[in-house]
Design a binder for this molecule. Structure first.
Ligand code: SF4
Ligand code: SF4
Length: 710
């Protein structure tokens, strides 16, 4: 009997019976796969909605969503952002795709075309086909080898090896090795003129000379391996809906389910208070997730897309500080609660289970930036916080902040009449105060000062420097001065949506009244509220960070950086001079919001005007501008976001601000430049606790103001 070693073979069945047996197995396994998919999709059902209803109703059009999902899957966009994970995942992914396609081609030739004539893979096509598939198999083995090495030998802290992941990796290793073994046997038994094209199998076939026979019954070892190999492939098909291997389709589905246009720092808006107040019916304002059972389908899908890669864990400042939060573990716990994996049972986890974790979060978005599955962790954090607010589970500190927002319109618990005390020292205050200032036409900008400038003496210097610069450049702007209330950001971040929207409605009316066409603010948090949170309530106004406006003014020649002059802030020496190296700390809420790095542009201009531009992470040169290791979208948090500026997290080993300051000072700089009032306060506090080293922390506006020719 001639044996086709390349194809299916059962020693005791005819070729036709073998085919029937194999395809029957495939049909059953596809059924198991579909059953798993249906079970999983059912597990996504929540809050009274199906996944389809949730996803289809929330954002349109589908085009951009599907395009991003396809890009992520085919080009592995997010995976490629990290070198080592890319080095192992790309070979595994592309290797598997090619091997799968190769198998389909063989099936097509042997089981479809076979009925229409003598079609065989041969000639140049055969050579390319075999070589590509061997390359793919080799890539798969290399990728799997690196993945196993990382999980079993180097064991980085962020990568906790999951038993199911290890099982899949061992399975893939076996598939790759057995595939090459079978190929080698086939070539040894039936060598042909193109055999060397399958270069791996051909090389190995020399080891089997005398073992493999061209005719007759193949060895039992061969038959056993063949079926184990086929069984492995079958298990992969079926397991693709029952194990973590499901990420192959769950992950793209998650990407397609979410709006690619939603900015990273934009929060969710669960209801519109104004609409509700106008409604004649009694509307219950429900928001937050009281338990995992209440998660919406799209949020369940997102949690299920977590592959426990640990990138978020690696980047999270709360983890670095030893707080009770790991975004990876949070996602894995929610994922487990879905009970969608083989042997898993759904479990309803109350919001209280995640209490310590969600209050440890600084809303820095490092996790979201890193996540290959594009999970929006902050949405979960905020939803749990909202539920905790609803359940009256806030401690005294947070309750005090919310009460102060009600009573004094600021989170600092200070009297509202003291709000603009600092303006008394500004000689031109009346000329920029809305109501007092005399304008022929509406001002171009409303300069939003923010609560920190109003109540923190140090931040008021930033506001003063900014106003000095705007006036020097001839910008027509007003401030609300003592009338300005809190923008509401602390309430929003603490999960008190109702209180946020009450403040928002007040602010929106006041801003409209000024007639200003744009808003500028030195606070990235306030900027975010103007750009996204008010917009969600129907109020749109162009808003800029002060660094963006100042950079524009420098570009237009309306401001000129140089050496000399002072605004009276602590930036009294020329910051760009060669003796004063500066390092720039980028705030999370600017960098991860995709705002332009205008502060860097300004600092470079200052350095270029005042000293050698040492725009490098290498700390060797004195003077100039330095950048920390983590910068741009990978910047590291100061610890002040997500409401953290207003309460103390007890469970932590290190202060996040201290960790960041160490990283900044490791560049050799002794002046830290920021562009956010929270960063200013947090890093100044951290600098204050340093011994034996004087460190200045100042805002970009102060640097520019100090360097401005008088
Ligand atoms: S937003 Fe920042 S602090 Fe919060 S979980 Fe993500 S990385 Fe950690
Ligand atoms: S949440 Fe994202 S980054 Fe974090 S472990 Fe899961 S997949 Fe990885």
């Amino acid at each position: 009997m001639d044996i086709d070693y390349a194809r299916e073979y059962l020693p005791f069945l005819s070729q036709r019976a073998t085919l029937i047996a194999m395809y029957a197995c495939v049909a059953v396994l596809i059924g198991v796969f579909v059953w798993g998919v249906v079970r999983r999709v059912r597990a996504y059902r929540g809050a009274g909605r199906s996944l389809w209803a949730d996803v289809n109703g929330r954002v349109l059009p589908w085009g951009p969503r599907l395009a991003r999902a396809a890009r992520d899957a085919v080009a592995q966009t997010k995976v490629r952002e990290r070198r080592l994970p890319a080095a192992l995942h790309l070979p595994i992914f592309y290797g598997m795709v090619l091997l799968f396609l190769g198998t389909l081609v063989v099936l097509f030739y042997e089981d479809v075309l076979h009925w229409f004539g003598d079609f065989q893979i041969r000639g140049l096509f055969y050579v390319i086909f075999e070589a590509v598939l061997d390359l793919a198999g080799l890539a798969l083995l290399v990728g799997v080898g690196i993945a196993l090495w990382r999980r079993l030998v180097t064991r980085p802290e962020h990568l906790t090896p999951k038993a199911s992941t290890l099982l899949i990796l061992w399975g893939l290793l076996f598939m790759g090795l057995s595939g090459f073994g079978l190929e080698a046997y086939r070539i040894a038994a039936q060598p042909d003129e193109w055999a060397a094209a399958a270069f791996v199998g051909w090389s190995l076939s020399h080891l089997l000379t005398g073992v493999a026979e061209p005719t007759g019954t193949p060895t039992t070892v061969y038959a056993v391996f063949w079926w184990l190999h086929a069984g492995g492939a079958f298990a992969l098909i079926a397991g693709g809906a029952w194990t973590g291997f499901s990420h192959l389709w769950v992950l793209p589905a998650n990407v397609a389910a979410h709006d690619p246009r939603r900015q990273r720092t934009a929060l969710t808006t669960p209801f519109d208070l104004a609409v509700t107040m106008e409604s004649e019916e009694d509307v219950e304002l429900v928001c937050g997730v009281a338990a995992t059972d209440a998660l919406a389908p799209a949020e369940r899908l997102a949690a299920d897309a977590c592959v426990a890669c640990g990138r978020c864990h690696q980047e999270c400042p709360a983890v670095a500080a030893g707080r009770s939060l790991s975004p990876r573990d949070l996602m894995q716990e929610i994922r487990t609660a879905l009970g969608a994996d083989l042997g898993g049972r759904p479990a309803d986890r109350p919001a209280a289970d995640f209490e310590d974790a969600v209050w440890s979060c600084t809303n820095c978005y490092a996790c979201e930036q890193a996540c290959p599955s594009r999970i929006r962790h902050v949405d979960y954090v905020l939803d749990v916080r909202r539920a905790l607010v609803d359940q009256n589970r806030l401690d005294e500190q947070k309750l005090g902040v919310l009460a102060a927002l009600d009573r004094n319109q600021n989170p600092y618990k200070l009297p509202s009449h003291e709000r603009a005390a600092w303006l008394a020292d500004v000689p031109y205050a009346d000329e920029v105060l809305f109501g007092a200032a005399d304008f022929d036409e509406p001002p171009e900008y409303l300069y939003w000062l923010g609560c920190s400038a109003a109540y923190d003496e140090r931040t008021s210097l930033v506001a003063r420097a900014t106003m000095d610069l705007l006036r020097a450049a001839g910008v027509r702007f007003v401030t609300l001065g003592p009338a300005e209330p809190c923008c509401g950001e602390p309430a929003k971040r603490l999960g008190e949506e109702g209180r946020f929207q009450m403040l928002a409605l007040t602010v929106i009316e006041m801003v409209k009244e000024t007639g200003a066409r744009k808003v500028v603010t030195h606070c990235p948090h306030g900027l975010n509220v103007f750009l996204h949170e008010y917009r969600a309530l129907g109020f749109e106004i162009p808003a800029l960070h002060h660094t963006e406006l100042l950079a524009e003014l420098v570009r237009d020649g309306r401001l000129r950086p140089g050496v000399g002059g002072s605004s009276g802030s602590e930036a009294s020496a020329p910051a760009g001079s060669s003796s004063a190296a500066i390092v720039y700390h980028e705030p999370c809420n600017l960098a991860r919001a995709g705002r332009p790095a205008a502060a860097l542009e300004l600092l470079r201009a200052v350095v270029a005007a005042g000293g050698p531009a040492a725009d490098t992470v290498a700390p060797a040169r004195s003077g100039g501008l330095r950048l920390p290791e983590r910068q741009g979208v990978r910047t590291f948090c100061c610890g002040g976001g997500g409401g953290n500026s207003f309460y103390q997290v007890e469970q932590e080993e290190r202060r996040i601000s201290g960790l960041r300051l160490e990283e900044l000072l490791a560049t050799g700089a002794d002046r830290v430049v920021v562009s956010c009032p929270f960063c200013l306060t947090m890093l100044r506090d951290a600098a204050g606790s340093l011994t034996g080293r004087d460190v200045d922390v100042l805002d970009v506006a102060e640097v520019l103001s100090a360097d401005r020719p008088s």
